[in-house]
Design a protein around this ligand. Sequence first.
Ligand SMILES: NC(=O)c1ccc[n+]([C@@H]2O[C@H](COP(=O)([O-])OP(=O)(O)OC[C@H]3O[C@@H](n4cnc5c(N)ncnc54)[C@H](O)[C@@H]3O)[C@@H](O)[C@H]2O)c1
Length: 265
Amino acid sequence: MHIDLGGRKALVTGGASGIGEVTARLLAGLGAQVALADLDAGRLPDAVARTGALGGVEGDVADAAAVERMVAEADALLGGVDLLFNSAGIGDDLVPVHEQDPERWQRVVDVNLKGTYLMCRTTGRLMLKQRRGAIVNVSSIVGLDAFPGRSAYGVAKAGINHLTKTLACEWGAAGIRVNAIAPAYTRTPMVQSLLDRKVFNPGLIERRTPLGRFALPEEMARAAAFLLSDWASYITGVVLPVDGGWSAYGAAGDVVKIRHEPEAE
Ligand SMILES: NC(=O)c1ccc[n+]([C@@H]2O[C@H](COP(=O)([O-])OP(=O)(O)OC[C@H]3O[C@@H](n4cnc5c(N)ncnc54)[C@H](O)[C@@H]3O)[C@@H](O)[C@H]2O)c1
């Protein structure tokens, strides 16, 4: 027995890079017919080839008209949409609220939260007609607790958590499940650029993570594939941390130390 997505039709936003791309490849490998949606038209053709998707649709998930068009194009390409993975997202500038540019704040909220809302809304209408479907949204550990300097992204991801629960309650009776994953630091182009620019310190992140390492995008993809599959048939409205224990840890930091080795004299 293994997860079988044969006959399912999956739309993956942010599918031209990172967690979206790797998840699209896994969904295709498990038998689904996949369409990618992404703002980056230049990367889409190669991502389609790498993932085994049937095709890609280009557009901005924060733009309601573009979302209507992208979902219609994916619907025509796949002959329906049963599964939606909302991975399109952007990070913020890591500055405190009083130094933030409100327009940049709005854009981060729009791409992450409004984009997820619009994609759920438009795809959900198709799913409601067929009375079947599963959606996985991409939140973050930053949506579970406060991270200084990340108010736009944190607000957006916390909003995604609430939206996920609301939709699960609104659409459950129609047979549509809505869940989210909340990744911690995952080795994708988005995080790599922050590491390259020394915005993130990898040693500090590894020390704060109980499993002691960054995640791989494949580890997000497996959690998403499970939640999208019938193996999760009684799971809805859940925000699943896929975080190496990050959110289990009470942020004791250096206050509490457990010694695994006797300290050197
Ligand atoms: N990498 C991490 O550590 C991490 C941790 C927690 C959550 N996440 C979330 O995972 C998701 C994927 O992140 P990633 O690390 O794979 O990033 P990534 O930059 O590698 O991929 C994101 C993709 O989304 C696309 N995109 C951006 N804005 C868009 C828009 N307006 N419309 C359509 N497509 C758009 C980009 O072109 C890109 O292909 C994001 O929602 C991110 O917030 C990532």
